[in-house]
Design a protein around this ligand. Structure first.
Ligand code: AOF
Ligand code: ZN
Length: 334
């Protein structure tokens, strides 16, 4: 006999397949179980596509079994008509008698209504199985709805002696601190988040395109802080490979609560997660205003002796790994 926890674990395991494609939707996982056997499973399709429950139910070959099955799902089934019809209605239509849920959906359009709808029709509902793990899995979605801002990942690379960039640069080519493997990993990360943000100086110095060239996947929305609207079409960031949002002094007051005001704009753009890639001043603004969730910091082998000092951050070290000669440390905000 398998436990509820066992099947919710399986839901979490398949849910991760939606990473990078579902945003701003959460990446949910669902499995249908009949007599201790998984007879269907599914995860949230790319944004505006079917939800996890729909895919799991569709995967069940013998639909007659649904009347005697349990549906397991990481997040409360929805109750509203969004891009897709309500999952709770589909569950009731197929007369699934029992639903086991990881955590409640904090989207104000749902927040308990999916559960209430199921219960009102006589479906047995169990809520809160592996709740902590499910909430952690849906961190982007929960941060967005509860804090009214995206889940914020800070990323930078610093030299062995603590510099994020050289003081001055003569050539129009980037100075690499990390190796190609680390850089490839960053492209993977970009494909996992909905947006990426940098300051104007980073654009002017490095002329990055901020796309996922080295990894398959969607390019994130590019957000640039361009206070004085200095950028023009000659910069790669304004090419048509991805959407770009420019934030200038017409949009926000640059002098105070910069990060907070940016978060306000990102919330209105429905951006549930963002990776902030520099420069030092931009990163420090988010750190100083305590508006970050995770920091991914590379330390390379090179030394600059002088240059722009890397941001200072206090957080809880979650992991440390070596990518050949680079070190990658991941921190969470305490
Ligand atoms: C579910 N299962 O797999 C997901 C859910 O516009 P829609 O119709 O796609 O609805 C989006 C909302 O539905 C989203 O904000 C969240 O509350 C919920 N996501 N719900 O039952 C799923 N991804
Ligand atoms: Zn749904």
């Amino acid at each position: 006999m398998y436990t509820n926890e066992y099947y919710i674990s399986r839901c979490l395991q398949i849910a991760i397949n939606g990473l990078g494609t579902t945003g701003p939707n959460p990446m949910v996982g669902a499995v249908v179980v009949f007599e201790n056997k998984i007879i269907g499973e599914g995860y949230t399709s790319a944004y505006s596509g079917p939800h996890a429950e729909v895919n799991a139910i569709n995967a069940v070959k013998d639909k007659a079994l649904l009347e005697k099955s349990t549906l397991y799902v990481t997040l409360e089934p929805c109750s509203h008509h969004g891009k897709t019809p309500p999952c709770s209605d589909l569950i009731l239509k197929h007369k699934i008698p029992k639903v086991v849920i990881g955590c409640v959906d904090d989207n104000p359009q749902v927040s308990g209504r999916g559960i209430a709808r199921l219960e009102a029709s006589g479906c047995e509902v169990i809520v809160g199985v592996l709740e902590k793990a499910c909430k952690a899995h849906h961190k982007r979605f929960f941060t967005f709805h509860n804090n009214r801002r995206p889940y914020i990942i800070l990323k930078w690379a610093e030299t062995k002696d603590g510099f994020i960039a050289p003081r001055t640069k003569n050539e129009q080519k980037p100075v690499w601190i990390t190796n190609t493997y680390s850089r490839q990993l960053v492209h993977k990360w970009r494909a996992e988040e909905q947006a990426i943000l940098v300051g104007t100086n980073t654009v002017i110095e490095d002329n990055p395109s901020l796309t996922v060239r080295d990894w398959s996947g969607e390019n994130p929305i590019r957000v640039v802080l361009d206070k004085y609207l200095k950028l023009n079409q000659s910069y790669s960031i304004l090419n048509d490979e991805a959407k770009t949002i420019i934030i200038s002094k017409k949009d926000i007051e640059y002098e105070k609560n910069l990060a907070q005001q940016i978060c306000g704009i990102l919330f209105l753009e429905n951006i549930n997660s963002i990776i902030i890639e520099g420069g030092a001043k931009t990163l420090q603004a988010f750190i100083d205003e305590n508006l970050w969730d995770e920091a991914r910091i590379f330390t390379g082998e090179v030394e600059f002796s002088e240059g722009i000092i890397a941001p200072i951050l206090k957080g809880k070290l979650i992991s440390e790994e070596h990518i050949f000669n680079d070190t990658l440390k991941i921190y969470n905000r305490d």
